[in-house]
Design a protein around this ligand. Structure first.
Ligand code: AMP
Length: 584
């Protein structure tokens, strides 16, 4: 089996593809439509063999997941005819469900795995130019979630699980010279608490070999080192005696770890000494892994709030933000790895799917028009533009046509075009659309919420405290409705400080609709509710219990009324609350 790839050749191919993005897009669409011409869904739109972008976008409608849900369900139930794809779908991806509180079924096939590997190889090739790594290992906080069979006998699991289980993934990691330091039994263990402990243990045992510390999303890296703070003495004791902690009860994990864990008092003492020498764990990662070249994971979007803590743990090790994709498929690779994570951009790979972009201005205009159906889909369809027709500085919603049966699928993400790499756009992730419900004429986004929390958290930082995590809720139970923001704080904050934080949260929103509604009291005073320590761990446990995975976990930033369990966790753990007096 050929295990290698030449990074320079990967870059050359990428340059070739992106120089010719328009033609490659047309070809990719043609290939997708030809391969799936037998699918009932495509037949319904009467393309009559046409595969050009104009015929496609004029005949096939824009859809959301809701529109496709019944068809995907038929596939999962084992319908014997081609529904969305020509070749049968054999695997179903379960999205993390942390965005809207509901897990989505998405069709998956091997070609999607291949596009994932193309993204991995591309960004690795660019990364390796700037941050070359030698032969070694990576400490990857990755987890396989539970897989199950659907009614129709299809294997269902999270996208990352489907990828990590694939041969292509192992091959690619090996070619990147950084196989995971943990055995498969740890990655695919049934209890993520135990897997996390063993990931940390393997990392410390192989500390000199560790070149890269990574996970899919940055949250998981921060979460792992927060856990390290709690278990480091136990890890040292395991290493000293060569005996695995009794907290690990899964037999397959114990057997696999027995092969790795040998008594090493010298290493144990060194780690013990290192941990004691750190001030507030600053530079933990740098000190634990002296040969680490960088920390790698998605750090943009809803991951930005964790960057401060990650930098604190990292010390001098650079943070490199990973690529942009979703359970529905990948979109772009970070080919400018030296940019700080907050500035990361993603160059769209024109051969991994067919991409369209709805100008955000059009959506805004259309949604002010009262021609909405009860399902919220627009009667006047917005007009997306093609990949190479987007404009710099404009914001768009991404529309995907992929190799696994999604046609003109609205992903719900908002991106901003910040430039071009050859003729393919470089995107910056802005936010997920419609995350915060509207009370009056407010249009706050997830990003606005993040900025408001960042502003208020500065007041806490002056007290040497931090916001561990946060979420929000729109409370319409009293008139007028108001925003509730939930905070978990790293320690006891003084009442005056929290009062001030609450006022700051309320006044830091810049959206004109929010500010004017607050001024005339059409939106009530914002409420800050402080949570017991460990509440967000409970929320994470809840999602993992549902079969989600830590890899793809994103703290829901706004909890809607349909997400009753998470709402209950929040409500049951409130220790104090404050009401803003910011607008009198
Ligand atoms: P999931 O399908 O659960 O893995 O979630 C996919 C979603 O994660 C995307 O639709 C985005 O909203 C978000 N996401 C993925 N990659 C990035 C990225 N690089 N930056 C910001 N958000 C991202």
């Amino acid at each position: 089996m050929d295990t290698g790839f030449d990074p320079e050749q990967v870059i050359e191919e990428f340059e070739g593809l992106t120089k010719d993005a328009k033609r490659i897009q047309t070809e990719t669409l043609k290939k997708i439509l030809e391969e799936n011409s037998e699918a009932e869904y495509l037949k319904k739109w009467r393309l009559d063999g046409k595969t050009d972008p104009e015929s496609y976008s004029s005949r096939v409608p824009l859809v959301t997941h809701k529109d496709l849900e019944p068809l995907i369900q038929q596939i999962a139930d084992g319908a014997p005819y081609p529904i969305l794809t020509g070749k049968p779908i054999t695997t179903i991806t379960l999205s993390s469900g942390t965005t809207q509180g509901k897990r989505k079924f998405v069709p998956f096939n091997n070609e999607l795995t291949e596009t994932t590997m193309q993204i991995y190889r591309t960004s690795f090739a660019f990364r390796n130019r700037e941050f070359p790594i030698g032969n070694g290992k990576s400490l990857s906080f990755i987890y396989g979630s539970k897989q199950f069979k659907t009614k129709g006998g299809l294997l269902a699991g999270t996208a990352t699980t489907n990828v990590y289980r694939s041969e292509q993934f192992k091959k690619t990691m090996k070619a990147m010279q950084t196989p995971c330091c943990s055995p498969d039994e740890v990655i695919f263990g049934p209890d993520f608490h135990q897997s996390l402990y063993c990931h940390l243990l393997c990392g410390v045992i192989y500390r000199d070999d560790i070149q890269v510390i990574s996970s899919t999303f940055a949250h998981s890296i921060v979460h792992s080192f927060r856990s390290f703070e709690l278990v480091w003495e136990e890890l040292c004791s395991d290493i000293k005696t060569g005996t695995l902690s009794s907290r690990i009860t899964v037999p397959s994990i114990r057997t696999a770890m027995a092969k790795i864990l040998k008594p090493n008092p010298e290493l144990a003492d060194k780690i013990h000494e290192t941990c004691l020498s750190l001030t507030n764990w600053y530079g933990l990662i740098e000190h634990l892994f002296p040969n680490a070249k960088y920390i790698y994971g998605i750090m943009t979007g809803s991951m930005e709030p964790y960057l401060k803590k990650l930098r604190h743990y990292a010390g001098g090790i650079p943070l490199l933000s990973a690529d942009y994709g979703s359970s529905e498929g990948w979109i772009g690779a970070n080919v400018n790895p030296t940019r700080p994570p907050e500035m990361a951009t993603f160059a769209v790979l024109p051969n991994i799917g067919y991409f369209e972009f709805i100008p955000l201005r059009e959506i805004d205009v259309a949604s002010q028009d009262r021609t909405l159906t009860e399902f919220g889909s627009l009667m006047v369809e917005p007009r997306p533009v093609g990949l190479t027709d987007v404009k710099v500085d404009e914001e768009y919603e991404v529309v995907v046509t992929n190799v696994a049966g999604l046609y003109r699928y609205r992903l719900g993400d908002v991106v901003k075009v910040v430039g071009f790499h050859n003729s393919t756009p470089e995107l910056q992730f802005v936010c997920r659309r419609n995350l915060m419900p509207t009370i009056n004429i407010d249009k706050n986004t997830e990003k606005d919420l993040q900025l408001s929390v960042e502003a208020a958290a500065k007041l806490l930082a002056a007290e040497k405290l931090e916001v561990v995590d946060f979420t929000s809720q729109v409370d319409l139970s009293s008139e007028p409705g108001h925003y509730v923001i939930y905070w978990e704080v790293s320690g006891e904050a003084r009442e005056e400080v929290l009062k001030e934080c609450c006022n700051c949260l309320d006044s830091a929103f810049v959206d004109a609709g929010y500010v004017s509604s607050r001024k005339v009291h059409a939106i009530g005073p914002l409420e800050l509710r402080v949570l017991k320590r460990g509440t967000f761990q409970k929320i994470l446990d809840h999602y993992v219990g549902l079969g989600s995975t830590l890899n793809q976990f994103k703290t829901p930033r706004c909890v809607g009324p349909t997400n009753q369990i998470v709402l209950q966790i929040l409500v049951n753990n409130v220790v104090e609350s404050y009401v803003s007096t910011a607008f009198g």
